[in-house]
Each structure stands twice: as structure tokens, then as C-alpha cells.
Design a protein. Structure first.
Ligand SMILES: Cc1ncc(C[n+]2csc(CCOP(=O)(O)OP(=O)(O)O)c2C)c(N)n1
Length: 640
């Protein structure tokens, strides 16, 4: 099995099966041989489509057989299958009525890269953030029992997602509630990068058959050596309902949580999977099936580089190399952050960096290699990451917690209670703030300004370019109190980076910078990623009429700039790539009202609406929301 999409295959002369699958229940009628053929067809579609759209290829390739086995054993019209994160559900999408639209994956107006209740009745729970599946599925199982129905509810969760406390909170309740409930642990030993933590070490160590044999021998020797009762104990151990293998494998852990453990099962052997699933289906209590899969399975470039192919841009399907159109991309904000942290850490031994399972995504790979003792990948545990940082900070260290804006939402109480209330010098580096594009509503960094700016003690900063991002880090270090920097996905305007960063002086906190001076008709107060398009739009007007001020700070607000602008201009346009409700512009409006200034002036604002923004290329999304040069220009003309 899994010879890959292009390998010679005795079945290849048969009619393709995928076009005939109009409803997922048809999968149950296929023989194991046909299912293998179908798996190869699905892989070919996944590679071909994702090579054009980009997306989560390696996770989806890894669960093709698992998806087929699930749909063949369970009744998709009745039973509920809940995917964790949902980035691995592409095969499921193909088999549940979305194959004709699959080429629109992640495109504007096309199908989402994640399960979505709006998209299909087979998507029972919307997802994109990790570790929700067990809790959501348990809720559905309990609701089923209350309604005296009898369908199955299954959660499929990866070993990376199982590192989060939330997953264990669900498991803990499930074990006690003890209804019919199935959790499938998809263990590929990978999160986005190699999985981390004691649990991960425990699982991989225990799966080695040699290790199990060794432990068994040692335990037997130990027991038989106990004078008097040793022989009896040995006999009891042998007859125990737990085999040695189960006892000394993850079975031990899950059995302690009162799950029946089945495993470990080869996740690429459909027949073996079907057997395990049927065994689980026959039980009326929580069962965990431990499935071993390989990330990227069946497509050599993804198997060889699962980190890159976890979430990949467009690539050539033949070679797996990135689509080499155009110029090489400019250095990203992420890169500027990683480089700056390395430069600062080289001079300041107090600096430590923390990621929640995203060393590549947050630009910390180089830091992890240069300062391994000062780098912490805590797993997909954003809440823990923040409180852990707080603990480090109490001891004089300077933690930089690097987490995407959308995932830091998880840590709200930790930021309030563990960091700000205690005025600890933790620096939050919020990557992917603003619109992220194809990953869509679950991933846009829309809310951070609103969820951070009202917390006492917090400072909130948004750089307009990469150099300002780096200066922002210097400023954060100089302050010694909670500090958040938010910056967008991708490249900025490409500013010249400070050569000697550690020698840079901090930015003046709460002071913006006027970058273009107009004639007093209209002032634009722009934040972060909105500064560059605002300047371009002002230049497009070619009349020198518009003043453009980079606000830089959301907290403390640049009140002197606001006062000066209000006194000298008749109209004010506020720009932010964040939610309008409660964000930057909202803070400015509050200030104008409280300070009783600019009462006769006209204020307008552009930002993210009170609605979840869909998926699609970020430039297209920005264009729709007037958050680009053309949209801002149109707004300026309208106001003038
Ligand atoms: C709360 C949250 N933090 C971070 C992420 C980013 N993320 C997406 S998938 C993933 C790794 C998931 O690993 P695993 O569950 O083992 O699935 P695999 O990709 O290996 O199939 C991470 C960290 C996320 N989706 N949600």
C-alpha cells in the first residue's frame, strides 16, 4: 500500500473510484483492495490541488487510510466524526460531497481549509485551533445519551494536539462520564515540528518492541526474586487483563484515565484499522485507539520534509520544490523578529524565548540553535507558555513569548492574572496580527488589540516596518513591564534594519510620528501595517493635502499627536488592521470623547468589521475591506 500517486499499481487500469463517490456511505461497500486504490486516487488529488492552492498537505496525506477506514466502518449519515485542528480533513472533504469544489480550496469564495459547519452537514464542529475535539465530541456524546440516541461520536486528535491541557480536560471528564465514546489518537510523532514533552518521549520510547521485551524481562526477574511471594506475583502479572505490552505502553496512561486502550495500530493498513474500529464500536464506554501514521505518507517530498509540507505554499508536484515564480520573497517580519532576538540575546543573558509548538512559524529556529538552554518549545500549550514565562520573569529573566495573535486568544486570563496583575516583564510577540489570508476566520489576528489594550499595566505597540519591530523589542526590554508587539504575516515595506540593535535607543513610549504633513484638511492616524498604504495613498492624491501620522502605540495612546492633529485638522481618518470594536480606533474615539476635543471634527475609521472575515488571499481580503492603498485613497477622496 501507499506506493504513492505515480507508482505502478495493478489496479490502475480499473475505472477510477473517486468520481463515483457521491455520498460517503458508498465507502462502506468497497473492498479493502478498492479502498487502497481509492487511497492512491485521493493522494493524487491532494498533491495536485495543494500544489496549486497551498495548504496542509502532509497532515492530510497521513490520514488517508484512517479516513477511509472510519467512513467504511461508521455510518457517516448518523455517526459524528470530529477532527482536531481540522487541517488533516482534506480526504474527508473529498469523500463528503466536496470533491467537485476541491480545486477552490482556500480560495476566496471557495471551500475552507478546515471543517466548517457552514460548509457541510458532515462537518459537525468548526475548527482551526487545536485540541478542541475531545471536549466538543464529549459534549455531543453526552447530548446523544440525554436524547437516548445511539449513534457513535468520535474525536480524531494528533499527538501534537494532545499536548494541550484542554485535550486532557476533555479526557478527564470523558473517563468519568463513561458513555460510548471513541477517541482516535493519530500519532505521527510530529506536531508541526518534532513533537515535544515528556508524554511524547514516553510514547515513542514505549512503542519500541525491544524496549517492551527488555522491561518485561527485567520485571520478571525482579518479581521472581522476591522471596516467598515473587512466584505468585509473577503469575498474577502474567494473567492480568493488561498484557505487558499494554501495561508498559501508552495504554497505561489512557487506562488510568478510564479509557479502554486499543493499539498501537498501523494507520496505513486499512484492514487492521477496520478491525480496531469495529472493536471500539462494540464497546459502551470510552475507548482510545492509538493509530501510528507517517506524516506526508505516499508523497516522497512530504515524507522527507514533513515540517515544510505541514502547511505549504504552491509547489511543483513533480519535485516538491516551491513555485519559483517572481523574485525571492522579501525578508519577513517573522525573520526580523528572530534575528533581533538573537542579536539581543547575544548581549543579554536574561533573554529567553518561548514558543507554543511553532519554532519555525515564529522565527525562533535560529534562536533555538544558538541558545538551546534559553529556548523553550512548550508544545501546543499557549496558556502554559504564558504562565511559565511569568514564572521565569519572577526570577529576573526576560521572557519573549512568541505566539500568533489568534492563538494567544487562549491565554487571556494568564496574561491578566499571571503577568499584568503582577507587573512582570514578559514580552508578547504576536505574529500574524491582522488578516492572514487563506487560513481564514479561525486564523486571522483580528482581536489582539481589543483583548490586550484594556488590561492594566500592558503596553501595546505595532511597528510600521521591520526596523521599527526591532526597535520595539529594544524598547520592550528597556521597560521591564508587560509589553505586546503585534505585526503582520509576511514581508513589510523592507526598511533598513538597525546595524547595532543592542546599541539602539528605545522608542519614545506613547509618542507617534508624523510622516507626511498636509494642509490641515485631513489627517490620517494609522497603525502598524496600515501606515505604508496610508502614505502611498496620500502620495497618490498628489495634492499634499493629507497628514499621515504613524500612531505606533495603542497603549499608552499617542495623546500629544492626537491633540495636535485635532487642533490643526478638520477631518480625521483612523486606520487599523484589527477589529474596529474595542481596538485602536475605538481607543482614539474614547480619548476624543473623554478629553472633549475634536467635537466639531469629522472622524471616520477603517478596520475589520464586526463579522468573521472569510478565507482567501490577504490582498483580496484587504481590497474588499478597503484596507489597501486603493481603498484608503477612495476613503480620503470621499472625506475630502
Ligand atoms: C491553539 C493552536 N495553537 C497552534 C496551532 C498551530 N498548529 C496547527 S497544526 C499544529 C500541529 C498539530 O500537531 P498534531 O495534532 O500532531 O497533528 P499533525 O499535524 O501531526 O497531523 C499546530 C501547532 C493551532 N492550530 N492551534
Amino acid at each position: 500500500m501507499n506506493k504513492g500517486p505515480d507508482a505502478a499499481d495493478p489496479y490502475q487500469r480499473a475505472e477510477p473510484l473517486l468520481p463515483g463517490i457521491l455520498h460517503p456511505s458508498q465507502v462502506a461497500a468497497l473492498s479493502p483492495a478498492q479502498l487502497e486504490l481509492l487511497a492512491a486516487e485521493i493522494r493524487a488529488v491532494l498533491v495536485d490541488t495543494v500544489s496549486r492552492t497551498g495548504g496542509h498537505l502532509a497532515p492530510s496525506l497521513g490520514v488517508v487510510e484512517l479516513t477511509l477506514a472510519l467512513l467504511s466502518v461508521f455510518n457517516p449519515a448518523k455517526d459524528k466524526l470530529i477532527w482536531d485542528v481540522g487541517h488533516q480533513a482534506y480526504a474527508y472533504k473529498l469523500l463528503t460531497g466536496r470533491k467537485d469544489r476541491f480545486s477552490t480550496l482556500r480560495r476566496l469564495g471557495g471551500i475552507s481549509g478546515f471543517p466548517s459547519r457552514d460548509e457541510s452537514s458532515f462537518d459537525h464542529f468548526g475548527v482551526g485551533h487545536s485540541s478542541t475535539s475531545v471536549s466538543a465530541a464529549l459534549g455531543m456524546a453526552v447530548a446523544r445519551d440525554l436524547a437516548r440516541e445511539d449513534h457513535h461520536v468520535l474525536a480524531v486528535i494528533g499527538d501534537g494536539s494532545l499536548t494541550a491541557g484542554l485535550a486532557f480536560e476533555g479526557m478527564n471528564q470523558a473517563g468519568a462520564v463513561a458513555g460510548r465514546f471513541i477517541v482516535i489518537l493519530n500519532d505521527n510523532e510530529m506536531s508541526i515540528s518534532k513533537n515535544v514533552g515528556a508524554l511524547s518521549l514516553f510514547m515513542s520510547r514505549n512503542l519500541s518492541a525491544r524496549w517492551v521485551r527488555k522491561v518485561k524481562r527485567e520485571v520478571e526477574t525482579l518479581l521472581s526474586g522476591i522471596p516467598g511471594i515473587g512466584g505468585d506475583l509473577l503469575e498474577i502479572a502474567r494473567r492480568s487483563k493488561y498484557s505487558f505490552k499494554n501495561f508498559f505502553t501508552p495504554g497505561m496512561l489512557f487506562e488510568a484515565l478510564r479509557f479502554n486502550y486499543i493499539g498501537a495500530v498501523n494507520g496505513h493498513d486499512i484492514v487492521e484499522l477496520q478491525k480496531a474500529l469495529r472493536l471500539a464500536a462494540a464497546q459502551d464506554r470510552p475507548v482510545l485507539i492509538h493509530v501510528l501514521t507517517r506524516k506526508g505518507r505516499g508523497y516522497a517530498p512530504a515524507e522527507n520534509n514533513p515540517v515544510h509540507f505541514h502547511g505549504v505554499g504552491r509547489f511543483s508536484p513533480d519535485t516538491g520544490s516551491p513555485d519559483g515564480e517572481g523574485n525571492p520573497p522579501a525578508p519577513t517580519y517573522t525573520r526580523a523578529l528572530g534575528d533581533a532576538l538573537c542579536a539581543l540575546a547575544a548581549r543579554d543573558p536574561r533573554i529567553v524565548a518561548i514558543t507554543a509548538a511553532m519554532p519555525e512559524g515564529t522565527g525562533l529556529r535560529e534562536f533555538s540553535e544558538r541558545f538551546p538552554d534559553r529556548f523553550f518549545d512548550v508544545g501546543i500549550c499557549e496558556q502554559h507558555a504564558v504562565t511559565f514565562a511569568a514564572g521565569l520573569a519572577t526570577q529576573g529573566l526576560r521572557p519573549f513569548v512568541c505566539i500568533y495573535s489568534t492563538f494567544l486568544q487562549r491565554s487571556y486570563d494568564q496574561i491578566v492574572h499571571d503577568v499584568c496583575l503582577q507587573r512582570l516583564p514578559v514580552v508578547f510577540c504576536l505574529d500574524r496580527a491582522g488578516l492572514v489570508g487563506e487560513d481564514g476566520a479561525t486564523h486571522h489576528g483580528a482581536f489582539d488589540l481589543a483583548y490586550l489594550r484594556h488590561i492594566p499595566q500592558m503596553t501595546v505597540f505595532a511597528p510600521r516596518d521591520e526596523a521599527e519591530l526591532q526597535r520595539g523589542l529594544v524598547t520592550a526590554l528597556s521597560l521591564g513591564s508587560p509589553f505586546a508587539l503585534r505585526y503582520p504575516r509576511g514581508s513589510g515595506p523592507g526598511s533598513l534594519l538597525p546595524e547595532d540593535l543592542a546599541g539602539e535607543s528605545p522608542l519614545p513610549v506613547g509618542r507617534g510620528e508624523v510622516l507626511a504633513r498636509g494642509d490641515g484638511s485631513l489627517a490620517v492616524l494609522a497603525l502598524g501595517s496600515m501606515v505604508a498604504p496610508a502614505l502611498e495613498a496620500a502620495r497618490d492624491l498628489a495634492s499634499g493635502r493629507v497628514t499621515v501620522c504613524d500612531a505606533r502605540w495603542v497603549k499608552p495612546l499617542p495623546v500629544e499627536n492626537i491633540k495636535e492633529i485635532s487642533a490643526t485638522h478638520g477631518k480625521l481618518l483612523l486606520l487599523e488592521e484589527g477589529c474596529l470594536a474595542g481596538g485602536f480606533s475605538s481607543a482614539v474615539l474614547e480619548y476624543l470623547a473623554d478629553a472633549e476635543i475634536f467635537r466639531n471634527g469629522r472622524v471616520e475609521r477603517l478596520g475589520l468589521p464586526d463579522a468573521f472575515v472569510e478565507h482567501g488571499p490577504a490582498p483580496e481580503l484587504r481590497a474588499r475591506l478597503s484596507l489597501n492603498r486603493a481603498g484608503i485613497l477612495a476613503k480620503m477622496r470621499e472625506m475630502l
